[in-house]
Design a protein around this ligand. Structure first.
Ligand SMILES: C[S@@+](CC[C@H](N)C(=O)[O-])C[C@H]1O[C@@H](n2cnc3c(N)ncnc32)[C@H](O)[C@@H]1O
Length: 474
């Protein structure tokens, strides 16, 4: 057999076993490494090594090859945008959905040394500090058993915290001999297992791999060939409960539509939702009602075929070329509602125009600036978004959501001190509100938001009435 034929066979074998994609130009490296492994394991020839790899005794060797060909690079709270999505939107939504059955099943697939899955556990701890009676699975899996063993130790060097605010690090870790040791409480929240996503069958009722509410699989598909991406994504879809979520790193599933998964596009990236979702509480979704910056439903009709995934924010969706005639509107609130409706449909240019109309009618209205800020984020214009949020706060100094959105923007640009100052200001405002007042943009009560912000800003709870419902009415 000539070299090219052998290479093709080995490449196909690697694709079938661990999903490996050999990038253009990496042919020589691939073969070089396999030759090294042939010598290391004392096989007489590459062909003999191939025969061994095709057999049943090669699981550990495939793990070794996955370790060699992929990189285990990871750190805590790695992607600020997705972390915001999780802590402000997806996890609170899942927690609310499961308040009655009190189960939550989260899976970080390809978790490497555990930073991602522990970040998830810390978010759950912040959002659901009292978990009595809850049955929560937070699962971390990886093909690499050495990485899983490191993850189970829960000890990390400073480099794993390169994106983590110091307060958060100190809240959940303590330093011992130059290693940061994770709180036992958080460590115990997580279950670890070695799983080859390509080879292992799931969903599987006999293991933990079924009925997930959230699967996080970030920076793993980049190593997979298209067939493996598609096969694993389809298995993920079948492993999710209806209405639950799959998060990948940006663009990792673009071009791999899976019939059961609908894509929801946020400024921070795409989230995939298992179809046939019956919302617990039917409520309108508008950009201004979202806790993270902006979301766009890509496929809202009732009967939906598979959603075709294209670019992250298709330029055509941002720039509206033909304008429908404006409806007759008498006041700024009507115009604002109209503007949100257009934004919900992805008609961002038109939404922006109508927002400006609303401001022309009432230049002192703060809400149109909030919506304009979200529309600016769709265009990735963070400066304009900040400017609009500052205007909203100037016009309404009690506009909690504007403080929090601005905080999130500063956090994304690594200005944590300013982000925290803004969150503390928001905390001051919600503390002054009755507990049961609903903060419209977050669909959360002032009491819940106070609790969340208190944890997030490490502020002690001063107002004891917040935890005592009897004192609410006064
Ligand atoms: C870059 S790390 C991602 C870590 C984490 N998800 C993050 O984004 O920070 C990629 C991980 O994918 C794992 N991996 C590669 N192929 C895999 C497979 N077939 N099954 C399961 N895990 C795999 C690697 O072992 C590695 O730990």
């Amino acid at each position: 057999m000539n070299d090219t034929a052998l290479f093709d066979e080995l490449a196909q074998l690697a694709a079938r076993q661990i999903g490996l994609r050999i990038p253009d130009g990496a042919h020589d490296r691939f073969v070089g490494i396999l030759r090294e492994r042939t010598a290391h394991l004392c096989y007489a020839s590459l062909k003999d090594y191939q025969t061994f790899l095709a057999g049943r005794q090669a699981t550990a060797e495939w793990e070794e090859l996955a370790r060699i060909f992929t990189c285990g690079e990871t750190f805590f709270f790695r992607d600020h945008g997705q972390i915001d999505l999780l802590r402000l939107r997806l996890l609170p939504e899942l927690i609310a959905q499961h308040r009655n059955d009190k189960t939550l099943r989260l899976w970080s697939a390809g978790c490497a040394s555990g930073e991602e899955v522990y970040s998830l556990a810390m978010l759950v701890d912040m959002l659901l500090p009292k978990r009595d009676g809850w049955n929560i699975l937070i699962l971390g899996t990886d093909i690499d058993s050495e990485a899983i063993a490191r993850a189970q130790r829960g000890r990390y060097g400073q480099w794993s915290f390169r994106m983590v605010p110091a307060e958060l690090q100190q809240r959940y870790f303590h330093l011992e001999d130059k290693e940061w040791i994770l709180d036992e409480r958080i460590r115990r929240m997580v279950t670890f297992r070695v799983v080859n996503l390509v080879g292992e069958p799931f969903p599987d009722l006999a293991s933990e791999l079924h009925d997930m509410d959230l699967i996080l699989c970030r920076n793993v598909f980049i190593y997979f060939n298209p067939a493996a991406v598609h096969a694993v994504a389809a298995k993920f879809a079948a492993t999710l409960r209806e209405g639950s979520y799959l998060l990948t790193a940006h663009t990792e599933l673009i071009g791999h539509p899976v019939r059961e998964l609908e894509s929801r596009l946020f400024v921070e990236g795409v989230v995939y939702q298992r179809a046939s979702y019956q919302p617990v509480v039917a409520r309108p979704v508008s950009p201004a009602a979202l806790s993270v910056a902006t979301e766009v439903w890509r496929a809202p009709p009732v009967a939906r075929p598979s959603v075709s995934l294209t670019a992250k924010v298709p330029p055509a969706a941002v720039q509206v070329t033909s304008l429908a005639p404006l409806p007759v509107a008498l006041n700024d609130e009507v115009l604002l509602k109209e503007s949100r409706a257009h934004a919900d449909r992805g008609e961002f240019g038109l939404a922006e125009q109508i927002c400006h109309k609303a401001l022309a009618v009432n230049p002192l209205a703060a809400a149109p600036y909030f919506l304009l800020a979200q529309l600016a984020q769709v265009k990735a214009d963070l400066n304009q978004a900040k400017e609009c949020l500052n205007k909203a706060i100037y016009l309404d100094s009690h506009f909690v959501a504007a403080y929090l959105e601005l905080a999130a923007l500063y956090e994304r640009t690594d200005d944590m001190p300013r982000a925290q100052t803004l969150r503390r200001a928001a905390l001051g405002i919600v503390r002054g509100m009755p507990n049961n007042v609903v903060i419209e943009q977050y669909e959360m009560t002032a009491g819940d938001l106070t609790q969340w912000l208190t944890q997030w800003t490490s502020e002690p709870t001063e107002d004891t009435s917040k935890s005592d419902p009897k004192k609410l009415k006064s």
